[in-house]
Design a protein. Structure first.
Length: 144
């Protein structure tokens, strides 16, 4: 399984390097998550990341895991002033920069994530926690 410490550091470092992202934040299912979301300012663009899930493959002599990873680039917006389509258009360049950075890191050999690029899926997200919209990217990472 992927080290959660390394996974968190990767997304925090990447978020600092991409223009337009306010911060990186793990998605958790607890009451504190709701409080953190409510405290975010309108127009904040957040890189959310889910802890990965994993499934094993191979055999006892050659075991590896496929880690399903999902990240989100979400903007906290005011539905009275913007439509979800407007937010999607605004955040699309950011998610494209994130994907390009992930691939560049892999190409340079400096990424802790061995992404299977054939599994990259980008999906528009609207009404995420009622006042967030943007994009999610799902992908698989191999670990040994």
């Amino acid at each position: 399984m992927i080290s959660l410490t390394a996974y968190k550091k990767y997304w925090e470092d990447l978020a600092r390097c991409v223009y337009g992202i306010s911060e990186a934040m793990p998605v958790t299912v607890d009451e504190e998550m709701g409080k953190r979301l409510n405290n975010l300012k309108k127009d904040s663009v957040i890189l959310f990341y889910l802890p990965p899930t994993s499934s094993g493959e191979g055999n006892i002599d050659n075991f590896s895991e496929n880690n399903l990873c999902v990240i989100f680039i979400m903007k906290k917006y005011d539905p009275q002033r913007e439509t979800t389509f407007d937010v999607l258009a605004e955040t699309q360049p950011i998610i494209e920069t994130i994907k390009r950075s992930m691939l560049d890191d892999m190409n340079a050999g400096c990424s802790p994530l061995r992404i299977d690029i054939t599994t990259l899926q980008t999906i528009p997200e609207t009404e995420f926690y009622r006042s967030f919209a943007g994009w999610s990217v799902g992908f698989t990472v191999k670990s040994t």
